[in-house]
Every structure is written in structure tokens, then in C-alpha cells.
Design a binder for this molecule. Structure first.
Ligand code: BG6
Length: 476
């Protein structure tokens, strides 16, 4: 369905994220007819470009990073006609009046800040001071949203000086992933799972976001963040919330986000023993410390932790979270381990285990239910495991490719739907939980355990599970 015409100002338009994700995503939504011809996309940054130069930069970005096999020169040429460019100085006066003149009075305005977080407040202030913030304006911000609770609060306050909360779109791109939204459909549009979705039936949950890449090229940012700030406080927290939350009464932005906040607020503090931190080693200049440019770094590139949602539904069912760089494969999944059947009627038959429901975010998005079946063939009643498998690509062959997270999220901004964006109090609650954990590492001067690249993380992570008589699912 086409959306109403809009003006989108993309700050940081020449940056990496804009070229890799935002501009190609806008292109693909245009390509399928979601934009009207009088939509305008105005690139902005410090760089002194003219309109044709920005159009050419965008065309090149689409050719390089657009969906393979789905870009063509005719569509690119049509798309770049929507583009304009205005150079602005985020910390000075240059360009703001000019930018204001490019905007129309009567259409939705989206100000997309794909810039360093240190510029968020400067840009919001200048947009407001130059009279560009109307009732129909929205501001979109990329993470990191603060570095701790104090800075997140400060940022929220600075934004709320110019924008209402329902005009602020804080992106967590994990919420735009198709399977993450599917988790909500699975839970709340089916009657099979929800009656079992509690500690009486679920033994534990494992949430894994494993990456095979390291921090090359982003070492400076990453070394100040580590896996806890870069991934757990936001992406893994969102996955945890959607898995653990109560059913909202309806699928509206505030009903969903109210339930997520309750999960975060129910989290117990995490004991140091329930955390394993790691840092990848390497040879020939490819260790974490070398990538980070910090020979003494104690920042973690891996973290595993046992988390307890202290409420009636989840008391006694731990959630194990794990994320890291330079692991064996890129795999993101949520695995829900059901309890073993209460009684085994198959005397002497080994292998009666609880079911495992795996919601796979990437790669090969899909849902798998591990079941126990009779081992086919002769030999009596022997049991074995088998998967009921739903890979979306196979089950829904006509559905086309899954939407990239950014495509979905950008369109939601234009439509004014905040369901898949983080609310200010949600971000603050997540920092309030994360801050003491991070502070405890500094206090105790603990250092992350080294791990080899291409494996499944440090030894301590395995021990965290073994101690509880459980095992991580293998990565890849
Ligand atoms: C980003 C993190 O938010 O998410 C990166 O800053 C990480 O460190 C990335 O690599 C992972 O996203 P995806 O979509 O590739 O799983």
C-alpha cells in the first residue's frame, strides 16, 4: 500500500550505514511502489556535495548493497530523481536555513539521524531552533542510545525538549527482522504454545546471537562498548522481552511496549558467577586487542549470562543469553527448551527428552520443533529425535524475499507506527539493569577469558551451562 508523500532528511547521508542499509532500503520500497512521485529524500552531512554528486553516490550504494538480482538501472534512475542534498554543519549555523527551505509545510517530515550519537542533541536543537519541527515531524535515531542510564536520561530529556515521545523513533534493527516479529505471531496468533509458555512447562531458554566477524574497522567504538553495551543491552534484551512478555491486550505500540518494560523491570540483578566474558585471541595482528588498537583492553567481545525474570510466569526458568564476535558461524536464534515428559512409558528406551522450539532469526529464517519419534525400521521401540521444520523459504515459496529490517522500520516511521521502536522508558530500564553489571567488572578488575577464533567462545561459557546440568546448542 503506498504511503502518503513525505520529506525524509537523512543526516549522515554519506556514511556507512546510510550507504549499506538506509539508502538501498528506501530504494527497494520505492521500487515496489510504496512511494508517491512527490516524495522527497534529502541527504545531508558535512560533506560539500551537490545534488548530482549525492545522486551518484546513492546509485553506487544501491548497486553495491541493494538486494542481489533486484536492482536495475531504470529503477535506480527513477529513484534518484527523488533525491536532493543540503550540506549542514551540525555544530554550527551553516546550511540550516537552506535545509528548511527544502521542506514542505503540509507533509510528514522524518529526520533520520544516522550520525555519531554525540551529534544527536546538536541536531535536534538546531532543527528546533530553525523552526523545522512541526506536529507532523518525526525524529529517528540509531543506537547506541546512551552509554549508561545517566547519558540515556540526558538524551531523552534533550529530545523531549523538542519532540513528543510519539515523535521519537529509537531504532533497534533486531525488531525489524522478520522472524522477530514472527515470534509475536507464533506466541499470540496460535493457541498451541501460549498455554505451555511458562515455568511449569519450560525448563530454560537460550538466546544466541553469534557472529563470525570481528571488530575490524570499528575497534575504537567497540572497545568503549563491549558486547554488553553493543548487543545485550539492546538486541538480546529485545529478544528476551518478546519471548518473556505477557500477551498485550492488543497489538498497539504502547500496549506492546508496556509489556516489554515489565519484563525488564522484573529482571533480577545478575551475580558475577552467572556471567562469562571472553575476548578473542589471534595471530598475526588479528586478535581483539589488535583490532581494537588497545593492547591492554579488558573489553569483552563475547558474553554469556544466566538471567532470571523474577515473576510468576518465569520463576525457576532461567534465560541464558550469549553473544560474541569471531565465533564459528553467524547464527541468531531463540531456543525454548521444554521440560522432559513427566514419566517415561518406554522402559529401557533412552532418548525421551523435552521438546525444543527453535526460532531462527538468521540465517535461513524459520521455526523448528524438536520432537522425539520412534526410530524408523525394525529393532523394537527405539526412540530418536526429529525436527518438525518450517523454513520460510520452503514453506512460503511465493512470499518473495523477507524484507530487510530497515525496509520495514523506515516504512513504519512514515506510517507513524512505533510498535517496533524502543520507548524512552524501555531504554532507560535496560540501562538501569545493565549498569551495575558493567560497574562490577570495573570494581573487581576482572578480565575476559581469551578464546580462539572460529569456536564457540570461552571455556567459562560452557561451564556456566554445565554447572546447571545443561548444554548450549552448538553454533553452526
Ligand atoms: C549492531 C552491532 O547493532 O548489530 C554490531 O553494533 C553487530 O556489532 C550488528 O555486528 C549485528 O547485526 P546483524 O543484523 O548483522 O545481526
Amino acid at each position: 500500500i503506498p504511503v502518503q508523500p513525505f520529506d525524509l532528511v537523512l543526516f549522515g547521508a554519506t556514511g556507512d550505514l546510510a550507504r549499506r542499509k538506509i539508502l538501498p532500503s528506501l530504494f527497494h520500497r520505492f521500487q515496489i511502489g510504496q512511494f508517491s512521485d512527490d516524495t522527497r529524500i534529502i541527504g545531508s552531512s558535512r560533506a560539500d556535495l551537490d545534488r548530482p554528486e549525492f545522486q551518484e553516490l546513492t546509485a553506487a550504494a544501491i548497486r553495491e548493497f541493494g538486494q542481489p538480482g533486484e536492482t536495475n538501472e531504470a529503477d535506480i534512475a527513477a529513484f534518484i530523481k527523488l533525491l536532493d542534498y543540503v550540506a549542514v554543519d551540525a555544530r554550527g549555523d551553516g546550511g540550516w536555513a537552506d535545509l528548511g527551505q527544502h521542506l514542505r509545510a503540509d507533509v510528514t517530515r522524518a529526520f533520520y539521524l544516522s550520525v555519531a550519537p554525540s551529534l544527536f542533541t546538536d541536531i535536534a536543537d538546531r532543527l528546533s531552533a530553525s523552526g523545522m519541527v512541526t506536529a507532523e515531524s518525526r525524529i529517528v535515531l540509531e543506537k547506541p542510545f546512551g552509554h549508561d542510564l545517566a547519558s540515556a536520561r540526558e538524551l531523552n530529556q534533550a529530545l523531549r525538549a523538542h519532540f513528543q515521545e510519539d515523535q521519537i523513533y529509537r531504532i533497534d534493527h533486531y525488531l525489524g527482522k522478520e522472524t522477530v516479529q514472527n515470534l509475536m505471531a507464533l506466541r499470540f496468533a496460535n493457541s498451541l504454545f501460549e498455554p505451555l509458555w511458562n515455568s511449569s512447562h519450560i525448563d530454560h531458554v537460550q538466546i544466541t546471537v553469534a557472529e563470525s566477524i570481528g571488530v575490524e574497522g570499528r575497534g575504537e567504538y567497540y572497545d568503549r562498548s563491549g558486547a554488553m553495551r553493543d548487543m545485550v543491552q539492546n538486541h538480546l534484551m529485545q529478544l528476551l522481552c518478546l519471548t518473556a512478555m505477557e500477551p498485550p491486550a492488543r497489538f498497539t505500540p504502547n500496549a506492546v511496549r508496556d509489556e516489554k518494560v515489565k519484563v525488564i523491570e522484573a529482571l533480577d540483578p545478575v551475580a558475577p558467577d552467572d556471567i562469562a566474558r571472553g575476548q578473542y585471541r589471534g595471530r598475526n595482528g588479528d586478535s581483539y586487542r589488535e583490532h581494537a588498537g588497545n593492547p591492554d583492553s579488558t573489553t569483552e567481545s563475547f558474553i554469556a549470562m544466566k538471567v532470571q525474570v523474577a515473576n510468576w510466569r518465569w520463576a525457576g526458568t532461567p534465560f541464558y543469553l550469549r553473544t560474541g564476535k569471531c565465533l564459528r558461524e553467524r547464527v541468531s536464534e531463540i531456543a525454548v527448551y521444554f521440560r522432559d515428559p513427566p514419566h517415561n512409558i518406554f522402559e529401557g528406551a533412552a532418548g525421551v527428552h523435552g521438546n525444543v522450539l527453535v526460532i531462527r532469526l538468521q540465517p535461513d529464517e524459520g521455526i523448528t520443533l524438536r520432537t522425539t519419534i520412534k526410530d524408523p525400521g525394525p529393532g523394537g521401540m527405539r526412540l530418536t529425535g526429529a525436527n518438525l521444520d518450517m523454513t520460510f523459504a520452503d514453506s512460503l515459496p511465493d512470499a518473495g524475499r523477507p524484507q530487510d529490517a530497515y525496509e520495514r522500520l523506515i516504512m513504519d516511521v512514515i506510517r507513524g507506527n512505533q510498535t517496533l521502536f524502543m520507548r524512552g522508558d524501555e531504554v532507560e530500564a535496560a540501562w538501569a539493569w545493565a549498569d551495575p553489571i558493567i560497574a562490577s567488572w570495573a570494581d573487581s578488575e576482572t578480565v575476559p577469558q581469551r578464546y580462539d577464533q572460529g569456536g564457540s567462545g570461552p571455556e567459562d561459557s560452557l561451564l556456566l551451562m554445565h554447572r546447571d546440568g545443561r548444554r548450549w546448542r552448538s553454533i553452526g
